[in-house]
Ligand binder design. Sequence first.
Ligand code: HEM
Length: 329
Amino acid sequence: MSVYGLGIVWANGHQWKELNKLILQSQQTATFQQNMQQELTQEVNELCKCFSPDNATDPLDCFYDSTLNVVSIMVNEVVGEIDKLHGFMKQKLENHAMENNKKLPHDLLAAYLNLSESERKDSALSEANVFQAIVDMYIAAYDTYTATTIMIVFYLLKYPDVQRKCREEIHKVCKGKTPVTIDDKDKLCYVESTIKEVLRIAKPVVLAIYRAIERSITVEGYNIPAKSIILFDLNDPQIDPTLWDNPDVFDPDRWTNPHKNGYIPFGLGPRRCVGTPTIDLSLFLMIINILQKFELVPEDEKNLPMEKEWSGIALFPKPFKMFMKPVDY
Ligand code: HEM
């Protein structure tokens, strides 16, 4: 438990509901999405500067830095150490209070300030709790988001035909437009299918968060008593042969038929990942804006093993190096 506040991950009941509502609502305004799009495009430009067409680079550190910046866009810019972090967030909140446009919240702190006085008096939404929820978001996102972006890059290197088809679709739909925006999402079906297929088969996050069940339940003949702590395996349904044809085959085309069951990379139920609306937007913008301008080439195509490494929260590909070669668009 935090000395400052309970935050969201360890909260239950009323406090969890209020924080979950605030975080989800803050991601759903048009201003948030415009701000996210604009800043993320700049972030992708910076990320691409880490790579070269001639010198192979290990992408891991670059993608970790990028993840911190993406989460910062979501919640507001913050720094690393916990004490400084709380002081810094308080300062940010005060600055926000002065400059905040009440109607158009563009990040989580702005959405927080938009709450009425009485809403903010609710202890669930005390400054300490909201700040701790922000810390939770950094922790929840750091490995998971980095693992996901790096896993997508890994599959694009491993399957150059898929990478080529994604780029052809981007060039056909966007015809040299920069930056490519979220408005083009509905037309970039193959890119979207590729991202989904990586999340399905590579399962960067395998386990959900621990839960305690309120009532006793029976699952396949086993009785699980009330108050038991349970942990879902998110991987199993994603490769269940009763739900998917050839589940072990990486095949973005399978997504031409929408799937209803078994796709749960962000967990399930009310405690599903609270970053989901932003993740969808940011993964998509990141990948299309990279692929439009660059071909991703492995340093050694024979050295891209499928075995994964476990960071404690997420699965990463084994270290590899890559080039980014500019393409005409
Ligand atoms: C692509 C990257 C990500 C993946 C695959 C992912 C996946 C997950 C999963 C599987 C859970 C557990 C859900 C459950 O128990 O059913 C979770 C929870 C959570 N995620 Fe994510 N996540 C990602 C990125 C993020 C980001 C970017 C943020 C926020 C900035 C975030 C914030 C959270 C929080 C706060 C929780 C706990 C929610 C709660 O306790 O109610 N995640 N995530």
